[in-house]
Write a protein that binds this ligand. Sequence first.
Ligand code: GTP
Ligand code: MG
Length: 180
Amino acid sequence: MEMPRRALLKVIVLGDSGVGKTSLMNQYVYKKFSQQYKATIGADFVTKEVQIDAKLVTLQIWDTAGQERFQSLGSAFYRGADCCVLVYDVNIQKSFEILNNWHKEFVKQADPVDPEAFPFILFGNKIDVDGGSSRVVSEKTAREWCASRGDIPYFETSAKEGYNVHEAFLCVAKMALAGE
Ligand code: GTP
Ligand code: MG
């Protein structure tokens, strides 16, 4: 019998402060959610093992700081990434508009061989807020942005409710593995 091949995949999570990057990771890895906001300082990672077909994959998920004063990650940090997760808050327009900057910054810092083919993925988070009535960025608008960036996969999530979080990170794992 063939032993499953192991792979360590580096995933970097980027997005504006407060969009829920840390919360998404905590929900995914620990099934926990906290209402309390504690800004991430610098960057830290968690690992999660995922089985994909016959392969056991270890995701090394890097959580980063959205707050500008805590951003001091050099290009050494970004290099070698297998996937980049971009996160915005569907209730905050600015967090969506600033995605262009995060995307550009990642490409600049990570300097992937083929930026067009690099696996990005977009999460639209906090879809639970006010039952969806305070939402300002539509799914259609988000999908158009993804299409304009070379068909980036898109997931709508709620870190609070745990909605779509596993599905979204499974896609991350598959994309990272495929591009390895
Ligand atoms: P930085 O570390 O500053 O970059 O922020 P972050 O993107 O890591 O945001 P964080 O996960 O700390 O969440 C910010 C706030 O939003 C916290 O108070 C969370 O409880 C809340 N939050 C995160 N995700 C959700 C969600 O899906 N729904 C709701 N209702 N609140 C959320
Ligand atoms: Mg954080």
